[in-house]
Ligand binder design. Structure first.
Ligand SMILES: NC(=O)c1ccc[n+]([C@@H]2O[C@H](COP(=O)([O-])OP(=O)(O)OC[C@H]3O[C@@H](n4cnc5c(N)ncnc54)[C@H](O)[C@@H]3O)[C@@H](O)[C@H]2O)c1
Length: 270
């Protein structure tokens, strides 16, 4: 019987591939037999990740990139097609919050740093839109392709403080649905676009917001756990099942969706 989840030899491009969640996705997909093009800004981290994967006998390829630079991304796309011949899946995982774009308890909306807000929108929204424009071009020529965006819990319900990040991720969710329709109606059902909304996972960008230097939880960390029925943060590995499903033919009739992976946070009220 056909294995619906088979992704062997599928060419996957991932932005933010050396991040906490991105690198976990890269290692898993390579171990499943995918050919993974890892896009990241830091060459040393990218090469270290890819060399580790190759040492285990799996296939990956590092490309230095910037999700806000179309010229670099176009060169990346050319290099990937030259090496692997096609692009099957794009995972837009680069993103994150920035300290300046938040409004802390001691500040109000009138203190908002608009430039910092714009920078967060640039990274999270345009850092999804621009790579999509570049890699979806290759996919439309193939009449086959699959885009997976990484949105956030903050897209569904505005979280306190992270005003810029929430607005940008809400826009990523909207763009996911828009693009699913745009591509399917103009290029056919071979083109799919979906998003995942991870709940709370400890990473470099939120560690100091959620935990103290001694490892104990901050007040915000405690509030999040109190509102998470599973009573804990997620582990990066817990995103992989949803990712694999979306990247494979098991989700062949699925487009324009957002899958929440959050230990029940979004469903919880009191
Ligand atoms: N950690 C969480 O709890 C959580 C929750 C929901 C959504 N997310 C999202 O998941 C994705 C991965 O986040 P993470 O937690 O692994 O964070 P991370 O900071 O570890 O990874 C983000 C990566 O994006 C890269 N990046 C930043 N600017 C870039 C640019 N201009 N070009 C290319 N790469 C750039 C960073 O270098 C980093 O490698 C992000 O989109 C984030 O917003 C994270």
């Amino acid at each position: 019987m056909k294995n619906l989840f088979e992704i062997k030899n599928r060419v996957v491009v991932i932005t933010g591939g050396t991040g906490v969640l991105g690198s976990c996705m890269v290692e898993y997909l390579a171990e499943q037999g995918a050919k993974v093009a890892v896009l990241a800004r830091n060459k040393e981290n990218g090469e270290k990740l890819v060399n580790g994967i190759k040492a285990k006998g799996f296939e990956a390829f590092f490309l230095q990139s910037d999700v806000n630079d179309k010229v670099i991304l176009e060169q990346n796309a050319q290099d990937i097609v030259a090496k692997y011949g096609r692009i099957d899946v794009l995972i837009n995982a680069a993103g994150g919050n920035m300290a300046g774009a938040t409004i802390g308890p001691d500040k109000t909306i009138f203190d908002l740093d608009v430039d910092a807000f714009k920078t967060v929108v640039d990274l999270n929204l345009f850092g999804t839109v621009i790579p999509t424009m570049v890699f979806a071009k290759v996919m439309t020529e193939q009449k086959q392709g699959n885009i997976i965006n990484i949105s956030s819990e903050s897209a569904l319900r505005p979280l306190t403080r992270v005003v810029g990040y929430g607005a940008a991720k809400a826009a990523v969710t909207n763009f996911t649905k828009y693009l699913a329709i745009e591509l399917a109606t103009k290029y056919g059902e071979g083109l799919r676009v979906n998003a995942m909304a991870p709940g709370f996972f400890i990473s470099e960008q939120n560690r100091s917001l959620l935990t103290n230097p001694d490892g104990s939880l901050t007040a915000r960390g405690n509030t999040i756990i109190a509102h998470t029925p599973f009573g804990r943060f997620g582990e990066p590995e817990e995103l992989l099942g949803t990712l694999h499903w979306l990247a494979s033919d098991a989700s062949k009739f699925v487009t324009g969706t957002l899958t929440v992976v959050d230990g029940g946070f979004d469903a919880f009220c009191i």
